[in-house]
Design a protein around this ligand. Structure first.
Ligand SMILES: [Zn+2]
Length: 196
């Protein structure tokens, strides 16, 4: 236990320093019968595997307008995003997407089909966005959102969007909307959005 509480809290980096089982310092090494480097405890033998994380989100539509949220958290504070966040243990991608929409926008939706599946290897993530219909346009944003609002296609703040996966999901949607057909799109985003 630390003697006093920290003044702020943050997500721990994915590289681990100490074994969660016995507290010993970890060694970066290839374990027996493996083929890549892991954080290994040479004291108790625990191997601390790391795997990509899932980000689940929604593209919510109300009468031809798209719901966007302005982020109140890092990274990309103050930029606009689709409601999305890390999938929690024990939930499905669909449940996570609905939960994130409720937490960030406080809006009731009817979840539609899975729409984009995006590999983001540099961020060690996979992003899943569902289409959704907003049932009642009333908004009640939570603490992770500065404000939320509805945007027609020509009102989308392209220069102030949060992540490549949000931008490309919106681009696909606006393109598909012209045809009225919304097939699933699976692709990868190899590079992060430039800072600025
Ligand atoms: Zn250990």
């Amino acid at each position: 236990m630390t003697e006093r509480a920290p003044t702020f809290y943050f997500p721990a980096p994915r590289t681990q320093k100490f074994c969660s089982q016995c507290g010993s310092p970890l060694t970066r090494m290839v374990p027996p019968d493996d083929n890549r480097q892991r954080d290994v405890c040479e004291h108790c033998g625990a191997i601390h595997y790391q795997n990509p994380r899932n980000v689940v989100g929604v593209l919510p539509v109300w009468e031809d307008k798209i719901l966007l949220c302005r982020r109140a958290i890092e990274p990309r504070y103050n930029t606009w995003t689709l409601p999305a966040g890390f999938m929690e243990l024990g939930e499905t991608t669909a449940h996570g997407a609905v939960r994130e929409t409720d937490e960030e926008a406080g809006v009731q939706i009817e979840l539609g089909p899975l729409y984009t599946v995006i590999d983001v290897p540099h961020a060690e993530q996979v992003h899943f966005f569902y289409l959704a219909k907003v049932l009642d346009p009333g908004l009640n944003p939570g603490p992770e959102t500065l404000e939320a609002g509805y945007f027609a296609a020509h009102e989308i703040p392209w220069e102030e969007l949060s992540f490549r996966t949000v931008i490309t999901t919106l681009e696909h949607y606006l393109h598909d909307k012209k045809n009225g057909v919304f097939p699933i799109h699976h692709y990868s985003v190899p590079h992060p959005l430039p800072k600025g």
